[in-house]
Design a protein around this ligand. Structure first.
Ligand code: NIG
Ligand code: FE
Length: 395
């Protein structure tokens, strides 16, 4: 499993280490270790603990009394697209409301773009995210909406991540405006056949103006039959059936969760579906915040992600989302950091990322701050000063 290079590196003099394993640190979910060290061998973490007990290694990196935490796991983004929607954003900030209709603008620009242009755009936003501490990311199709354009988006994404999501059901394609049932047949038939080889997940935007509960069930069920695992855009703009459908189908994640009934919260608390909250979307659409406190108090597992896309949330910054979640969604700094690391990993059903424990990937972020709390305490400040991915320093 480990691709050991035979060289090991100790990162020492870490003022605060977030392991996300209570058995390795204090009893909190973050498993905090003060005055800590961490040893990397090849692409994996092999040891964490107090600096004074660190084993001998080939190399040594001095953390200088700063904080180290797992690289962020951004479990929800839409990064295969062309163009931007500055005008739409401007209009919104002058009082217009967000609707799913704006997606059509990006569909037109994406269809018209070359493979090279889409690849360049994706690479640019991935580099931007990496500089801000993201070491694992999921990304989706959804701006092609033809068989060829959806498959192309997924092929381009799959060259950069294992966490690829087929979102042919983002909106009904403009080509099928008068025949939504025909579009669902395409999404569950020929388009699914073309896309399944590149994807791990299937997603649907279950919302007024996109797909209703019955259509969403049909789409996710067809994806499951092809070996794709469901996740769902649910209850973003209004109350609806998405969250309960997610739990019913054992989706890994129900994303947005802004408008929830008590029955929705109970359903999430009873299953393994993570509630992925995307505060960049509420920020950029001036919508009400999802109530993270209500979910956490009910025992729901919460993840935090960017939803980076040109329409509703054009940020690649997980630290920004952490700050928003703490300021406006009732999360403590510890909860927000957990949700952006271990929570994201849960939303992707991954055990090898989002934690700094022996055997996990050595994906980690060094902050220019003595504690992870500074991510919320110092909003907007570029605190990420080092990023290692698979044991190799990237930033
Ligand atoms: O997650 N809600 C649907 N999809 C995106 C928005 C896409 C867009 O506006 O381009 C979201 O917010
Ligand atoms: Fe989204």
């Amino acid at each position: 499993m480990s691709s050991s290079t035979g060289t090991s590196t100790v990162i020492t003099n870490i003022a605060m280490l977030v392991t996300n394993d209570p058995s390795l640190g204090d009893d909190s979910p973050l498993g905090l270790v003060q005055d800590a060290a961490l040893v990397i061998d090849g692409d994996r973490v092999v040891w964490t603990g107090e600096s004074s007990k660190a084993p001998a290694t080939d190399n040594r990196f001095e953390a200088g009394g700063r904080a180290v935490l797992p690289g962020f796991v951004d479990s929800h983004s839409h990064l295969v697209f062309a163009g931007d929607r500055t005008q739409e954003f401007n209009a919104r900030m002058s009082g217009r409301s967000y609707t799913a209709g704006g997606i059509r603008t990006t569909v037109a620009a994406t269809r018209a773009a070359s493979d090279e242009a889409l690849e360049a755009n994706l690479t640019r936003y991935l580099a931007e995210a990496l500089r801000q501490g993201t070491t694992t990311f999921e990304t989706k199709s959804g701006y092609g909406l033809t068989v060829a354009d959806e498959a192309r988006a997924l092929r381009i994404a799959a060259a950069h991540t294992d966490e690829v999501t087929y979102l042919g059901a983002h909106i009904v394609s403009p080509d099928y405006a008068d025949d939504p049932a025909g579009y669902v047949a395409l999404v569950t038939g020929e388009m699914l056949d073309a896309c399944a080889p590149y994807a791990r997940w299937i997603d649907v935007f279950c919302e007024k103006g996109a797909f209703d509960g019955d259509q969403a069930r049909a789409i996710l069920t067809a994806g499951k039959a092809r070996g794709l695992h469901p996740r769902i855009h649910a209850n973003q703009l209004s109350y609806g059936p998405g969250v309960q459908l997610a739990v019913e189908l054992d989706a890994a994640s129900a994303d947005h969760c802004t408008h929830l009934t008590d029955a929705d919260v109970d359903a999430l608390a009873s299953g393994d579906t993570v509630a992925t909250l995307l505060p960049g979307a509420e920020f950029s659409t001036r919508a009400q915040w999802p109530d993270a406190r209500r979910l956490l108090d009910a025992g729901v597992t919460v993840a935090l992600s960017t939803d980076c896309n040109p329409g509703s949330s054009f940020t690649s910054s997980v630290p920004f989302c952490i700050a928003l979640a703490v300021r406006d969604m009732g999360m403590t700094p510890d909860e927000a950091v957990w949700s952006a690391t271990a929570g994201g990993a849960r939303a992707l059903r991954r055990e090898d990322v989002g934690r700094l424990t022996p055997g996990a990937y050595a994906d980690l972020t060094l902050l220019d701050a003595p504690s992870h709390v500074h991510l919320a305490y110092r909003p907007g400040v570029p605190l990420v000063t080092g990023v290692w991915r698979r044991g190799a320093r990237q930033v």
